[in-house]
Design a binder for this molecule. Sequence first.
Ligand code: GRF
Length: 199
Amino acid sequence: MKAGIGVLVSGGGSNFQALAEAAQRGDIPDAEVRLVVSNKPGVGALDRAKKLGVESLVLEPKDFSSRAAYFERIGEEFARRGVTLICLAGFLLKVEPELIRRFPGRILNIHPALLPKFGGKGMWGHHVHEAVLAAGEKESGCTVHVVDEEFDRGPILLQAQVPVLPGDTPDALAARILVEEHKLYPRAVARVLAGTPQK
Ligand code: GRF
C-alpha cells in the first residue's frame, strides 16, 4: 500500500501541486497525496486539488471551540485516510501541539528563506523577501524542516540556494525561490519516507 501524504494549505497551493504531481510521477516513490486541508474557503489550492483528483476539505478554526479542538480534528481526518506524513505548504496558522504529538517528527514545512535566518513570527510571504533584501543578503533560498512546537525552528532537512540579484524586488526573489521550492519539497518528502532524511 502506498504511503499517505496529507497537505495543509492556506492559499495558492503551488507546493501542494508539486508534491501531488511528484507522487503521481513516482518521484516520491510508493506514495500519494491523499487529502489536502485548507483553513480557508475559495483558495487556489482547492481548485488545484480538484484538477489533480486529490480529495480536499475546508476546515475553519472559527467553527471549532478551541485551537486544540481544531487541530485534533485535522489529525483525525488525516489519520482516517491513513496519512502518515503531513506537509505544510503555505499554511499560515501555527500548528498546535495536539497535531504535533499525534504525528511526532512527521510534519514538515517549507519556508522561503535559508533558516535559521529570516524565520519566526511575522516572517511569511513578502515579509521574508523584504527582510532579505533590506539586510543586503547576497543569497537566499528555501528550507524544508521538521515542525516542532516553535515556529520555523525544527530540525532542517534540506535547503536550496538562489542568488539575490541587483535590482531584485520581493516578487522577483519570491518567484526565483518558488521554482526551487517545487523541486526541493518532493526531494525532502521522498527522503523522509525512505527513512533517510539526512543530506
Ligand atoms: C511558499 O513560498 C512557501 O515557502 C511558503 O508559502 C508559499 C506558499 O506558496 N510557506 P504556495 O501556496 O505553495 O503556492
